[in-house]
Ligand binder design. Structure first.
Ligand code: PNS
Length: 164
């Protein structure tokens, strides 16, 4: 049984993430999508919100488990018996960043292989940070994020309008 883990911040989950989850789930027996902490980031959505949005957005997929973990990715992978880490690559900037991560993850867990899925062209420039910027100024997010995220963003914008 091949267990894979797809880690990330998912703040919020985008259609680019969903595409990677769909493709990774098709080649793994079980895929754990795990929210981990990126110490460089301050999150807009709470961990509970990100978990709920990932759960709702991946409900149609088989063999996908949504999880969160406070420690190292490699510790999580060992705990669940994963042999593969999945990462999505959009461009050379991602490649440079992921090469560094790969080095440290390999040092920590030589038994775990990282597999890179090249992003679909439709999502090559899509990022959670661009989504957050569009959110800030009320831009249209249709087609860029899954339906549950669209609804959560609308709820948040309504709350903000009422609170002034
Ligand atoms: O979506 P992101 O922010 O690019 O995801 C980065 C993330 C959360 C996968 C990465 O920061 C991570 O793995 N954090 C957990 C700590 C860890 O194991 N770091 C790698 C070794 S330095």
């Amino acid at each position: 049984m091949r267990i894979a883990v797809y880690p990330g911040s998912f703040d919020p989950v985008t259609m680019g993430h969903i595409d990677i989850i769909r493709r990774a789930a098709a080649v793994a027996d079980e895929l754990h999508v795990c929210i981990l902490k990126n110490p460089q980031k301050h999150y807009w959505f709470s961990q509970e919100e990100r978990l709920a949005l990932l759960r709702e957005s991946t409900a149609p997929f088989q063999h996908v488990v949504i999880d969160a973990y406070a420690g190292l990715l490699t510790d999580y992978a060992h705990e669940i018996g994963a042999s593969v880490i999945i990462k999505g690559l959009r461009n050379t900037t991602d490649f440079m960043y992921e090469s560094q991560m790969d080095y440290f993850n390999k040092r920590l867990a030589p038994d775990i292989e990282t597999v890179y899925l090249v992003s679909d062209n439709r999502y090559a420039v899509l990022s959670s940070s661009a989504i957050r910027e569009l959110m800030t100024f009320g831009g249209n997010l249709e087609g860029l994020v899954p339906e549950p995220v669209l609804k959560a963003v609308r709820r948040r914008q309504e709350r903000q309008k009422h609170n002034g």
